[in-house]
Design a protein around this ligand. Sequence first.
Ligand code: NAP
Length: 265
Amino acid sequence: MGLLDGRRALVFGVANDHSIAWGIAQALHEAGATVGFSSVESLLDRRVRPLAESIGSTFIEPCDVQSDDQIRAVFAKWRTAHGPDGQVDILVHALAFARREDLEGSFVDTSREGFALALDVSAYSLVAVVREARRAGLLHPGSSVLTLTYYGAEKVVSNYNVMGVAKAALEASVRYLAADLGPEGVRVNAISAGPVRTLAAAGIAGFKKMYGAFADLAPLRQNISIEDVGRTALYLASDLSSAVTGATIYVDGGFNIMGVPSADA
Ligand code: NAP
């Protein structure tokens, strides 16, 4: 029997088979959950549908999370597809965006528009998605919400710039949402993942070098995989984490505990 037998998950943010969201979707599916997908329209038919269908998914809907109307439409379609009892047991938010020019050079040069865009897509969208799922009556006692963050929220990471500020807002949003929804039995948590080679990461200047250095510095001396993230997502999605909410859990081989790197690293 799987840990998530009979549970339904909705995953926002698969771009391709390298996406962290895909690692999470696979882990949830392997544990017995039925997984639905929502991604930007341009990715749906070519990229997302084949992956979704490979794990038996039938719910595959477009959504640009900058639009409240599109978010509402996804939940309305979920309701139609799953009926009055078809709530969302696991809601995964694994998406972010910033302009390429804001992911290089100096943070001080970030434009007002670039800042607003990064914060809207990468942080506010979690609030919007959770709010609309709740308004649609799709969250219930036992539902678990997950999002993805990165160490650049806490410490300065070269070139991460405005995305670090967005992730700080996202992590704070997780705590406020957890406090709001806790009395309703809904848990909200974040996974702070180490660097993973994905499309989004490719937009960050110097990512390749940082990715290469990571395994030398992290206590576990290796890069992390989307399967590693999937296993922690499984813990957060399931009753194994029944009393955990508002937390940011690191899946980073211990990188975050290190201060000054050792001389031989
Ligand atoms: P990814 O595969 O490129 O996924 C990012 C997804 O966000 C893409 O599907 C992207 O679509 C989507 N997205 C961007 N703007 C959107 C919008 N307005 N509406 C809906 N979807 C939108 O990259 P990933 O690395 O797996 O990213 C997933 C999450 O993990 C992000 O929150 C990221 O910050 C976080 N994270 C990543 C790393 C890493 O090293 N990769 C580490 C820690 C945390 P488009 O392709 O169309 O933009």
